[in-house]
Design a protein around this ligand. Structure first.
Ligand SMILES: Cc1cc2nc3c(=O)[nH]c(=O)nc-3n(C[C@H](O)[C@H](O)[C@H](O)COP(=O)(O)O)c2cc1C
Ligand code: SF4
Length: 512
């Protein structure tokens, strides 16, 4: 029997040279079967190559001969037994690394379409009850219960309804949506078709981040190949134009309608008046991709995982200055410390771990003293943070937390849709205030700005405590007065940076 050599065709693996490695294997082992599969999510080992189930990584074209003759030092053993994989609880990413993304046979052989078949044998209300029983909450950031959203759309009286998949994935350090769409596109399609059956929608749209051309190609091919299976449900992909705010659901709907990506006031909720004014389910890729497993195994089986009100598993994305970055799916409840130190292996630079930002650019910074926080919605909220889309970005002790806080305000100013004043004007005033706070700088700084006092805009001198009061007040206003979470959550990274790392702001004590 000829050897089977598996190499990922995920965009990250390709960026690391997977295509060249695949060509080199095809040349060196013409009798072997080269399979382009999805990625296991162990990014530090990409391009990861499996020869008859035994893994090697990271592989370059120079490693090919040694791998084939059995002398390679890049051998990592059986991938399924690698501790990083073996410790995970993969439900949404159960196929990762093991199937060819567009192969319908691979999909069916690994349980594909079982959820859709079961759902179609059930009444729409029974499907809604199953999703509610699973406790699944939206994985896009807000954590709203999926079953309740679906019920609202199902109950809305309209002859036309839509399923919209939010695949804008703009959060820094996140890539799970991309990996799912590139690696297991039928899973998303199946989840959307089940949603369509449950709420009475025949048409779905996937609003895709413009920077994801590989996902676009995979989705289009998968939609065409599976059209006969999901019919009469129909699907189309729409490419976004690169604005972070277009990930906000109402802004996304405007963009889908061909309008400027500006946030809509709520109510009406999209579930009542969404796309083209019709009742619309807007869900994240991971929310919809969790549905086939739930429908195949039952809501109760999904709810068996997790803690508190955070049920099921979360595909956590570990990135930044970390030794072992990648996709780690596990039940809610793992602590932040386990994620970054134990699983992530600490900093890649070897420097001391100083801060972790969780939940994208609007997420709070956590210092090591908070590493015992369990990864679930409520525990993070209790520490003035959020888990958002599950992005975890690691920083070592070279990080300047003042610069991170300023970047948060700058990001908000840059990405603001401009509709409301606290966000549009507040973010600019926030940058100015932080610039003035820079006076103290970090301990040991010898810059001209490293003064014990700071200047206000009119050239006068103001104590750091006065600027601190001002930025605290401004953040309170942005949080309570912004129309959407872009302006409303920008205070999280800013105030957490000040609270936990006051020395970087030239102030002695943390803000309360
Ligand atoms: C500024 C901003 C950007 C957002 N970006 C995304 C995004 O890229 N993907 C996403 O699924 N949700 C994003 N959201 C959340 C959506 O508004 C919405 O809550 C989500 O799509 C609902 O799906 P879910 O319930 O499955 O999470 C964003 C929200 C805001 C305020
Ligand atoms: S908070 Fe910012 S992005 Fe959101 S509606 Fe207001 S101006 Fe637009």
């Amino acid at each position: 029997m000829s050897r089977v050599i598996c190499i990922s065709d995920d965009a990250l693996a390709i960026a690391c040279g997977a295509d060249r490695v695949a060509e080199a294997f095809a040349e060196a082992a013409p009798d072997a079967e080269i399979r382009r599969v999805s990625s296991w999510g162990m990014h530090w080992l990409e391009p990861l190559v499996e020869v008859d189930g035994i893994g090697f990584g990271p592989v370059t074209t120079d490693d090919v001969a040694a791998i084939l003759d059995g002398s390679s030092e890049k051998r990592i053993g059986k991938v399924t037994e690698h501790p990083w994989i073996a410790r995970q609880q993969r439900l949404t990413f159960a196929r990762a690394g093991q199937t060819r993304p567009l192969d319908l046979g691979d999909y069916e052989d690994t349980g594909g379409w079982a959820g859709l078949k079961r759902a179609r044998d059930m009444t729409p209300q029974a499907v809604l009850d199953e999703v509610k029983a699973s406790g699944l909450r939206g994985r896009g950031g807000a954590g709203f219960p999926a079953g309740i959203k679906w019920q609202t759309v199902a109950d809305a009286a309209s002859t036309r309804k839509y399923i919209v998949c939010n695949a804008d994935e703009g959060d820094s350090g996140t890539f799970a949506d991309r990996m799912l769409m590139e690696g297991d596109p039928y899973c998303l399609i199946e989840g959307m078709a089940i949603a369509g059956h449950a709420v009475g929608a025949m048409q779905g749209y996937i609003y895709l981040r413009s920077e994801y051309p590989h996902a676009m190609a995979k989705l289009n091919a998968a939609i065409e190949a599976s059209a006969h299976i999901v019919a009469p449900f129909q699907l189309e992909v729409r490419m976004g134009a690169g604005a972070y705010v277009c990930g906000e659901e109402t802004s996304l709907l405007n963009s889908l309608e061909g309008k400027r990506g500006e946030v809509r006031a709520k109510p009406p909720l999209p579930a009542i008046e969404g796309l083209f004014g019709k009742p619309t389910v807007v869900n994240n890729v991971l929310t919809l991709a969790a549905i086939p497993w739930i429908m195949a195994h039952g809501g109760a089986a999904y709810a068996d995982y997790g803690m508190g009100r955070s049920r099921g598993t979360m595909p956590i994305q570990i990135a930044g200055n970390v030794k072992h970055g990648g996709l780690y799916e596990t039940a809610f409840g793992v602590t932040l410390g386990e994620l970054v130190s134990d699983i992530g292996g600490g900093t890649d630079s070897g420097g001391t771990l100083r801060a972790v930002q969780v939940g994208g650019p609007l997420g709070a910074y956590f210092p090591p003293t908070l590493f015992d926080t369990p990864f679930d919605y409520e525990s993070f909220a209790a520490k003035d943070g959020l888990i958002g889309h599950g992005g975890v970005v690691v920083f070592d002790d070279s990080v300047d937390m003042w610069a991170q806080a300023r970047f948060a305000m700058e990001f908000c100013a840059h990405e603001s849709c401009g509709k409301c004043t606290p966000c549009r004007i507040g973010s600019v005033r926030g940058m100015e205030t932080l610039d003035r706070m820079r006076g103290g700088g970090r301990a040991g700084s010898d810059s001209v700005e490293a003064l014990p006092q700071i200047r206000n805009t009119s050239g006068g001198v103001r104590e750091a405590s006065a600027e601190l009061e001002l930025i605290t007040d401004l953040c309170d206003l942005m949080q309570s007065g912004s129309l959407c979470a872009l302006g409303g959550f920008t205070p999280y990274p800013v105030m957490s940076a000040i609270r936990h790392f006051p020395e970087d702001f030239g102030i002695a004590e943390a803000a309360e």
